[in-house]
Ligand binder design. Structure first.
Ligand SMILES: Nc1nc2c(ncn2[C@@H]2O[C@H](COP(=O)(O)OP(=O)(O)O)[C@@H](O)[C@H]2O)c(=O)[nH]1
Ligand SMILES: [Mg+2]
Length: 366
């Protein structure tokens, strides 16, 4: 079935803590919408120029290069990012989350079109940990974004299908850089409430929008799961027909709740509004709030500070991942690990001592 497998060095029964995957034969990348990656497609100059000129085909190819798990693509991809980095950053990065069915895709379609009318260029990305299983559920419903996906001022890219959240997040961050260099000044990143995906998206955006629907108990679910604390704006969607009264009630309830919750962004009071994504109601107000947010946080430097912190955190996460990777590759570690693991599991060996044993052996190898 899949050509991907876990490297030998990963411990038995290990889960998503190891981002690495071995991909055999990368000529045919499995990503559904991504164009196939051939050697001639990653001629650096052509890609840099193409992306800078906003060529969507070349942008898509550049992203495919970044998404590749093949080792031989790593350095060309990093070189590409390095070339483009000076042209990136000039955008507002907006995360959008909410339970399936809340109306995110419908919102992105109509909001995106509204922004394009205002003269913006809109890129839509997704982080969807479930897409490995369901093969891109999040933007699989491209029908819901039919007009937007056909608009030349938009660029829509589904979640990279390659496995675990850490890897997907890195690729999405790098994709943001590419999209910005291609002139997209509004980046929308959609995610669903699976695992840590919301926290992950929060760590790469300037503004975080939580989409809710009234009456489904979602208001409370959001609080329990700490998602409301991440939000800069809560949008109660489907405020239309005989649902209007209920959304207004939900709005007031949430406004009360917000008094007891820490704001996600320093100096910005989290807001609640209602919308009807389907009937394009509330879109203008939402954009005005985002614009106001941008103005305030830029004046107070919170905007720049957050981006700097996000880069630092990204850096530290990658170091941790790489060091862990190297650690597990050590011959001695590979040799000792299964036995130590068993002894720890059975309670025969103190955990800290087992770790110490492994680390000492790792050091003695050098
Ligand atoms: N009545 C109403 N239905 C909506 C609205 N927005 C989305 N929907 C419907 O809700 C369903 C789920 O929408 P979708 O955008 O796919 O939700 P997502 O899973 O959050 O991306 C679809 O049938 C939409 O037509 C809205 O503002 N009002
Ligand atoms: Mg959707």
């Amino acid at each position: 079935m899949s050509k991907k497998r876990k490297p030998e060095w990963t411990p038995v029964n290990s889960g998503k803590e190891f981002a690495s995957e071995i991909v055999t034969g990368t000529k045919k990348l499995k990503t559904k919408t991504a164009p196939p990656l051939k050697e001639k497609n990653y001629d650096l100059k052509t890609l840099v120029k193409g992306v800078r000129e906003g060529n969507r085909t070349l942008l898509a190819k550049a992203i495919t290069l970044i998404e590749s798990n093949a080792e031989k693509h790593f350095l060309p991809a990093q070189e590409l990012i390095k070339e483009l980095l000076p042209y990136s950053g000039n955008s507002i990065r907006i995360g959008i989350t909410g339970v399936p069915g809340a109306g995110k895709s419908t919102f992105i379609e109509n909001f995106g079109l509204y922004l394009i009318e205002q003269g913006h260029k809109v890129a839509v990305l997704a982080i969807d940990p479930s897409s490995t299983i369901s093969k891109g559920s999040i933007l699989g419903d491209k029908t819901r974004m039919e007009l937007l996906s056909r608009n030349p001022k938009s660029f829509i890219r589904p979640s990279p299908s390659a496995g675990i959240l850490g890897g997907v997040a890195r690729k999405t961050r790098e994709t943001i850089i590419l999209c910005e260099s291609a002139g997209y000044d509004v980046i929308l990143i959609e995610t669903v409430g699976v695992g840590q995906s919301e926290t992950t998206v929060r760590s790469m955006v300037d503004f975080f929008l939580l989409m809710q629907i009234a009456g489904a108990g979602d208001e409370l679910q959001g609080i329990k799961r700490g998602i409301i604390e991440l939000a800069d704006l809560i949008v109660i969607n489907k405020a239309d027909g005989d649902n209007i009264a209920r959304t207004e009630l939900a709005k007031r309830e949430l406004q009360n709740v917000l008094h007891y919750i820490r704001n996600s962004t320093e100096g910005w009071q989290t807001k609640v509004v209602t919308s009807s994504a389907l009937n394009k109601i509330g879109l203008k107000e939402i954009w005005e709030l985002i614009t106001e947010f941008q103005k305030l946080t830029k004046q107070s430097s919170v905007f720049a500070k957050r981006r700097a912190q996000q880069n630092t955190q990204w850096f530290e996460n990658l170091i941790a991942e790489a060091v862990l990777h190297r650690f597990y590759q050590q011959e001695k570690v590979k040799e000792l690990l299964p036995r130590l693991k068993e002894e720890v599991a059975k309670g025969k060996m103190p955990v800290a001592l087992a770790v110490d044993t492994l680390l000492k052996n790792e050091k003695s190898e050098e």
